[in-house]
Design a protein. Structure first.
Length: 210
């Protein structure tokens, strides 16, 4: 286990809150890490579409960062259609560094992780970013309503009060694709930790009502 992973794990396992300086250290670190580029199977909801002049079909895989972008643009439809990978990751970094960002710590498939969320700039929506200390990378980025971010096993590092006055969402997000995607993923261990993390994050989102 890396030093970063061990450091984060101690707060999760002891269910301790971070001091302001420790939280700043974590946020600064997460703001610098890349989004995972490990290959992940594309969701059924994206089959039949085009990406880089190629047709997406069953069994098609993409780097996790590209899949996260396609989910945000074509499935959730909460980012502009012309958004590039660089712009998408830039938006996630703005969320990580947002002065109102909230932080939660938890284990996902036994890996120490952090979830950050902040107002999305769209009424009633927040942007959510998932970081894994084991891989030292980002693994998910999406927008949702505050009441659909449910992390019952997480150690909250803030009050979450910033989301209490979010008001109604400006758009209706159809996230039924999450259930189809979760059913499509195979159970059991994978050779890729990124694939396992992706599946578990989908499961958490489905259970939260996304």
């Amino acid at each position: 286990m890396s030093n970063q992973a061990a450091w984060l794990a101690q707060f999760i396992d002891k269910k301790e809150g971070m001091s302001p300086s420790q939280q700043r250290r974590l946020i600064t670190h997460i703001g610098r890490v890349p989004f995972s580029t490990d290959l992940v199977a594309v969701d059924p909801g994206l089959w039949g579409g085009f990406w880089h002049f190629d047709v997406i079909a069953a069994g098609y895989t993409l780097p996790a960062v590209e899949l996260a972008l396609l989910r945000a643009v074509r499935l959730d439809q909460v980012w502009p259609a012309a958004t590039t990978v660089e712009q998408f990751v830039g938006d996630l970094r703005q969320t990580i560094g947002h002065p109102q960002a909230e932080v939660w710590l938890l284990r996902v498939i036994d890996q120490p992780c952090a979830v950050l969320a902040a107002p999305a700039g769209q009424p009633g929506l927040i942007t959510v970013v998932w970081y894994c200390a084991t891989t030292n990378a980002l693994h998910a980025g999406y927008r949702t309503a505050p009441d659909r971010l449910s992390l019952p096993q997480a150690v909250a590092q803030g009050s979450g009060a910033v989301f209490a006055t979010a008001g109604p969402a400006s758009v209706e997000i159809d996230q039924t694709w999450l259930v189809d995607s979760l059913e499509q993923t195979s159970e059991g261990r994978s050779e890729s930790l990124s694939v396992e993390l992706d599946r578990e994050i989908l499961r958490i989102r489905v259970e939260a009502g996304d």
